[in-house]
Write a protein that binds this ligand. Structure first.
Ligand code: NAD
Ligand code: DAU
Length: 354
């Protein structure tokens, strides 16, 4: 069996659902169920003997020791993190705690567990760390895309905390021989994403007729990947990745933010027209994010060359599926856009102005 931390979040829950759709190997999800973790995401697995949800903090060493001792996994897949850049700007402390201390705690628990395994099980064990392209910093318009050998230059509290966690993972391999793998992925989108990130935020706001807040000049560039493509990349790296290596994962799909928002408006105009007029009338430029990275782009040649992975979805197919999912799951959205969510919108956007 495998342990998945953060399996009730956006990418983690997509990963668990995909895994159990194509394999009978059991999964234990370890998740603190913060604001970003949602039991509903895994509801279709209720009563499925292949899945166990343990509500626990990755910073809690005793709890991590118990999970590993009880379930005897062959792999730990580490998705759990504080993941939103804007939240890291307004309150960095939780990011240092979960992303740095939590990863450290999980590495130490995994090392103790792995050290006591038989030689055969030790050789088969994997600790797969799910990280981000943001650790590489920001690109200029003509710079080549990020390769795995690029120096780390994190710019936000979030990316600095993820960079720190990547360094810990690397060191646990180099020093203790823990069999680790790291993936650095670009921006994901798709079903089950909490509506604080660009794409679901814009869909949800457009549906309720609220202004669509585009930061700065809207020309910051991200490289978008449909979430199930990220999941398939992780499965490949887990199965055949070389120990101690890092693999960049991306969609070959760079787009400025304003183009993303315009595409969402166009598709909503087609799929859920608003009698008041095109959704694009709601686009509003607001004050920029402090330290806003200008451009990310992933060179995903290594994972293609070594593991034969390429994304299956184009942006056109993926964004349509995503919008259709949000339109079909408005009850899921309304259950999580509670008081705490409205407080967040107030904190992040209330004082932003134009
Ligand atoms: P998310 O915020 O949707 O989910 C994070 C999950 O971790 C939640 O279920 C939350 O409850 C859980 N969690 C948080 N703190 C915890 C703790 N202390 N102990 C246990 N569980 C805890 O994040 P996501 O977008 O699904 O990202 C998952 C991972 O992928 C993160 O490590 C993130 O850095 C990385 N990543 C995300 C993207 C993206 O575009 N979303 C891209 C590349 C990499
Ligand atoms: O690159 C991978 C990273 O992508 C992940 O590691 C992070 O966990 C994930 O949150 C994401 O970070 P970004 O900051 O790129 O994603 P976000 O959706 O917050 O923003 C995408 C772009 O859209 C960014 O340039 C900021 C802009 N934006 C975002 C929001 C929320 C806006 O213009 N308006 C907004 O309201």
């Amino acid at each position: 069996m495998i342990v998945v931390t953060g399996g009730a979040g956006f990418i983690g829950s997509n990963f668990v659902l995909d895994w159990l759709a194509s394999s009978d190997e059991p999964v234990v999800t370890v998740d603190l169920l913060t604001y970003a973790g949602n039991r509903d995401n895994l509801k279709s697995l209720d009563g499925d003997p292949r899945h166990t949800l343990v509500q626990a903090d990755i910073c809690d060493r005793a709890a991590m020791d118990r999970v590993l001792a009880e379930h005897q996994p062959r792999a730990v897949l580490h998705f759990a993190a504080e993941s939103h850049v804007d939240r890291s700007i307004l309150g960095p402390s939780a990011f240092i705690k979960t992303n740095v201390e939590g990863t450290f705690t999980l590495l130490e628990a995994s090392r103790a567990y792995w050290s006591a395994l038989s030689a055969e099980r030790q050789a088969a064990f994997r600790f797969l760390h799910v990280s981000t392209d943001e650790v590489y910093g920001s690109l200029g318009p003509q710079d080549p895309a990020f390769v795995e050998t690029r120096a780390y230059e994190p710019n936000s509290p979030y990316s600095a905390s993820k960079a720190a966690s990547d360094h810990l993972v690397r060191a646990w391999h180099h020093t203790y021989d823990l069999p680790v793998l790291t993936t650095n992925c670009s921006n994901n989108y798709g079903p089950l994403q909490f509506p604080e990130k660009l794409i679901p935020l814009m869909i949800v706001k457009a549906r309720s007729g609220d202004p669509l807040p585009v930061y700065g000049d809207g020309m910051n560039v991200r490289d978008w990947l449909y979430v199930t493509d990220h999941c398939s990349a992780i499965r490949e790296v887990l199965a055949r990745g070389r120990l101690g290596e890092t693999y960049n994962v991306g969609g070959w799909n760079e787009k400025p933010n304003i183009e993303i928002v315009q595409t969402i408006c166009r598709l909503l105009d087609e799929l859920a027209p608003d009698p008041k007029g095109s959704h694009s009338r709601l686009i509003t430029y607001v004050k920029d994010r402090p330290g806003h990275d200008r451009r990310y782009a992933i060179d995903a040649h290594k994972i293609e060359r070594e593991l034969g992975w390429r994304p299956a979805e184009t942006f056109e197919t993926g964004i349509r599926k995503t919008i259709e999912w949000y339109l079909a799951n408005e009850a899921w959205v309304s259950r999580i856009t509670s008081g705490a969510y409205r407080d967040w919108l107030d904190d992040n956007y209330g004082k932003r102005g134009n």
